[in-house]
Design a protein around this ligand. Structure first.
Ligand SMILES: Cc1cc2nc3c(=O)[nH]c(=O)nc-3n(C[C@H](O)[C@H](O)[C@H](O)COP(=O)(O)OP(=O)(O)OC[C@H]3O[C@@H](n4cnc5c(N)ncnc54)[C@H](O)[C@@H]3O)c2cc1C
Length: 495
């Protein structure tokens, strides 16, 4: 096979890989998806009626064990090597980033400035959201733009005093957007939206993509003479043997940690420290959302659904890159409790996840442990710490939440407040960050690795900063945009 021929290879079938495959296919390029997991993995069951979850079965989520922790010794690193990746476990919350999130990053200085802004991403959100069948707010607020939803939700009149009081702290309160949020479904996936079941499988059935299971990408092969990547070297998980797959281009969508690991393992004479790592940025600036859980008892009954979202405050009320938002839980268990307590659908207790931010730094990272070879893949050195400022911001947000509920007359009493260990949000990002300068970033504004024009990074590894919003929708949107452009360039012979 000619070196410049071969398929466009997408590594991973999680949300980012699925969006990449759909948009490559739409651009007229049929990708080959490599999936480390097995095609026959039984992944669960979800049954819902009009958004109300009746049954859910899923297998436990595993932590990576091949780690040397050099940051917080309690930090956690989860992964799911299976079709659909972590979308076998996720909660399906899909907020857009807002214009403020990009401005917040820019005011923190050059190292944190994204090379794109919200106006650039908005039309791509519009194209990706229909894939997710979102039920979300019809209200557009500055720090949570309204998405292109299939169904609309609004918080009821009970919430009006809370909305008014939260506004005094610069926060908006709206209904949280969820993928398949108000649909009736029965699926053999553990979540309402599994990226593999919802997007990859139907695309492959239509002939728009091919999936190769049990194929773990190990490294990319760089050609010095052609100045591009010419093959993906993989491990056949069933036999343990190495396989070389020639390719025209590669889209990395193995999750923020595994995508970085593949690049780190792709050393060559031109890139001795890993592909795209000429400036030592690769693997660094790792971030996750500092997370606290709060359970609040109320002096009155309030509707449990739809779930509410207390946004971050205005930029003027926060220091650069520090903010947090509150996402109300709306689980099957909390709904079941309202039935057991004899007041279906209304509750005296609300639970929230408080997602905050951390300034990404070079001190938080994943790196390959050269001295610990393994038959499967190299072990990792892993550093993740929450700065004190992040914890203070979570506490301030808890106090703002309690204050707004108190002034609204809901008589809140804090029953539980627990800050989780770093990594517990499982919202990893930043390891192949996007920046116009290779001094601060691994990929450029179109998600291509600096100096390596035929490699795209499609997952949240490219986040320059980690705004407090859940990452999947934005990762899929960046993947869609990057793969649309990649497809066009490939068809034009422009790589
Ligand atoms: C309990 C829980 C709740 C969550 N809730 C939300 C939420 O509500 N909203 C939200 O936005 N996010 C949520 N998340 C986070 C979200 O699930 C992840 O951010 C998202 O799945 C990442 O997508 P991805 O495609 O980048 O990576 P992944 O989902 O991790 O997928 C990576 C894929 O790559 C494959 N892979 C990995 N390495 C290789 C390799 N070397 N070769 C071949 N294949 C490989 C994997 O098998 C997998 O298919 C949640 C996570 C958890 C655990």
């Amino acid at each position: 096979m000619n070196q410049s021929s071969g398929p466009v290879v997408v590594i991973g079938t999680g949300p980012a890989g699925a969006a990449a495959a759909v948009f490559l296919s739409r651009a007229g390029v049929e990708p080959l998806l490599l999936e480390a997991g097995s095609g026959t993995a039984a992944l669960g069951l979800t049954a819902r009626v009009r958004g109300l979850t009746l049954a859910k079965l899923r297998r436990p989520l595993n932590q990576r064990s091949d780690l040397t922790r050099v940051g917080d010794p309690a930090a956690e690193l989860f992964e799911e090597l299976a079709p659909g990746g972590l979308s076998n476990h996720w909660a399906c919350a899909v907020p857009r980033f807002a214009a403020d999130d990009f401005e917040d990053a820019a005011r923190a200085g050059e190292a944190y400035t994204w090379p794109i802004d919200y106006a650039e991403l908005a039309p791509w959100y519009d194209r990706v959201e229909p894939l997710l069948n979102i039920a979300g707010s019809s209200v557009d607020v500055p720090r949570l733009p309204r998405g292109r939803c299939a169904d609309h939700w609004a918080l009821g009149a009970d919430w009006e005093p809370v909305v008014r009081e939260a506004a005094r702290d610069g926060r908006d309160v709206v209904a949280m957007p969820y993928a398949y949020g108000s649909k009736s479904i029965a699926t053999r996936s553990a979540t309402a939206f599994n990226a593999f079941t919802r997007l990859v499988k139907p695309l492959a059935r239509r002939g728009g993509a091919t999936v190769r299971y049990d194929t773990q990408a190990l490294r990319l092969e760089w050609s010095k003479s052609e100045r591009r990547v010419v093959a993906v070297v993989c491990r056949d998980v069933r036999t343990g043997s190495e396989v070389r797959i020639p390719c025209r281009a590669v889209v990395l969508a193995a999750g923020a940690v595994n995508s970085a690991q593949i690049l780190l393992e792709s050393g060559s004479a031109d890139f001795p420290e890993g592909l795209g790592n000429s400036n030592g940025v690769l693997g660094h600036y790792l971030h996750d959302h500092p997370l606290a859980k709060a359970v609040i008892d109320l002096g009155r009954l309030v509707p449990l659904a739809p779930a509410s979202y207390f946004t971050r405050p205005t930029l003027a009320q926060t220091t650069p890159l520090y903010a947090a938002a509150c996402m109300q839980w709306n689980s099957a268990t909390s709904m079941a409790r309202t039935f057991i307590e004899g007041h279906p659908g209304v509750t005296r207790q609300l639970g929230f996840s408080l997602f905050g931010t951390m300034i990404p730094t070079v001190d938080d990272y994943v790196a390959v442990e050269r001295g610990r070879p393994s038959a499967e893949r190299a072990a990792l050195r892993f550093s993740l710490r929450y700065p004190e400022a992040a914890i203070r911001e979570l506490e301030r947000t808890r106090d703002d939440l309690l204050g707004a509920l108190e002034r609204a007359g809901w008589e809140p009493k804090l029953r539980v407040f627990k800050v989780e260990v770093p990594g517990n949000s499982v919202h990893y990002g930043g390891t192949c960050r996007m920046h116009s300068s290779p001094r601060f970033g691994v990929v450029d504004a179109r998600s291509r690795v600096h100096g390596v024009p035929n490699v795209v990074v499609a997952d949240s590894a490219v986040f320059t900063t980690g705004p407090e919003k859940n990452p999947v929708l934005t990762a899929m949107t960046l993947a869609a945009r990057a793969c649309h452009h990649l497809g066009q360039d490939l068809r034009a012979g422009d790589l």
